[in-house]
Design a binder for this molecule. Structure first.
Ligand SMILES: Cc1ncc(COP(=O)(O)O)c(C=O)c1O
Length: 342
């Protein structure tokens, strides 16, 4: 499955591996050997790693048919990828969003020719409505969240994400010792772990990063079962504000992750500004609200002697953080950037 994903996606027009940057100023400050930053702001023209998942799943499940309609529910980036994937193949597309998805994100999805349907309530409500209408109209759902009876399509999206690791295996010959992986439902993290198993020669330590207001991976691991949590307040890290893990990622991450870190919204704006204003690296980086958490968690752990020792992070460590999105929501990015510069 993973090789197929790479062969397909790398044959798409305008495919290019995203840059593997170095946060050389930060690595010096934290006294680490390397900090690599995978810059997904440059992923096709969609500005996030999600471009790899939904669009690939659309291609696989449509199997060359032209008269089908694709549907999906999304917090933003996944729907954009699905809409793009459908547009590439000239398929009709219906995207369902909750009341919390910003107008900027909606207009980005519409740019790819999809019809966007707003649903009252949260992400779960938008998913239910998508399922209801898709059943009635015989639309093909492309969701990135897996459940007991819905695994194949989410697995395709994860296979798509794994190509980040294939690229990294060709971009450096340093052995990566630690990977910081942001999680919402866990699809990105599980896709990367699958990629590591296939493409890396050594298995690094895996650190999961979540918003403290939506720490469903941590709570599931703590109780050794899939745990649904209550989100009291939506985090600014919108794409990661999820109340329950996807089933397949749970099965992978429960044994593959070494540590879970939950972070607050407090340092997001400052870190976005730090990336932009070359505080961490020689070049300026556009990293959005879901890209900053990896850097924040790394700094937090390095400032905590016990945690640093537990994870064996030291001067010979080669850390990988995933800069999973750029300014995918341009308006929010601008607001956070100016707040972070104050
Ligand atoms: C933009 C965006 N959406 C969503 C997620 C979460 O991905 P998943 O739900 O697959 O865990 C991330 C991860 O950081 C992200 O950057």
């Amino acid at each position: 499955m993973l090789s197929n994903a790479f062969n397909s996606i790398s044959s798409w027009r305008n495919y290019r591996a995203t840059p593997l940057l170095k946060l050389n100023k930060l690595q010096k400050n934290l006294k680490l050997n390397n900090i690599f930053y995978k810059d997904e702001s440059k992923r096709f023209h969609l500005k996030s790693f999600k471009a790899l998942g939904g669009a690939y799943a659309v291609e696989k499940i449509s199997k060359g048919k032209k008269n089908i309609t694709i549907s999906s529910a999304t917090a933003g980036n996944h729907g954009r990828s699905v809409a793009w994937g459908a547009q590439r193949l000239k398929l009709k597309c219906k995207i369902f969003v909750s009341q919390y998805v910003s107008e900027t994100r909606v207009s980005e999805i519409k740019k790819f020719g999809a019809e966007v349907i707003r649903v009252k309530g949260d992400y779960e409500n938008s998913l239910k409505e998508c399922q209801k209408q898709s059943k009635k109209n015989n639309w093909k759902i492309v969701q990135d969240v897996s459940t007991k009876n819905y695994k194949y399509v989410p697995q395709l999206t994860m296979a798509g994400y794994s190509i980040m690791i294939k690229e990294i295996s060709q971009q450096t010959n340093q052995y990566i010792t630690h990977i910081f992986l942001q999680a919402g439902v866990g699809g990105l993290a599980a896709g990367v772990v699958a990629g590591v198993a296939k493409y890396f020669k050594r298995i690094p330590k895996i650190i999961i990063v979540e918003p403290d207001q939506a720490d469903c991976v941590l709570q599931s691991i703590k109780s050794n079962k899939l745990k649904k949590i209550k989100i009291k307040k939506e985090s600014i890290m919108g794409g990661m504000s999820c109340n329950e893990m996807s089933l397949v990622p749970w099965q992978i991450l429960k044994s593959a992750s070494d540590c879970c870190v939950s972070i607050s919204d407090k340092n997001i704006a400052k870190t976005i500004a730090g990336l932009k204003d070359k505080k961490f690296s020689k070049s300026s980086i556009t990293g959005g609200e879901c890209a900053a958490p990896g850097v924040i968690a790394l700094i937090g752990i390095c400032n905590n002697i016990k945690a640093k020792k537990f994870l064996n992070i030291n001067e010979s460590s080669n850390i990988l953080v995933i800069g999973c999105e750029g300014n995918a929501d341009v308006k929010l990015y601008k607001q956070l950037l100016s707040k972070g510069r104050k």
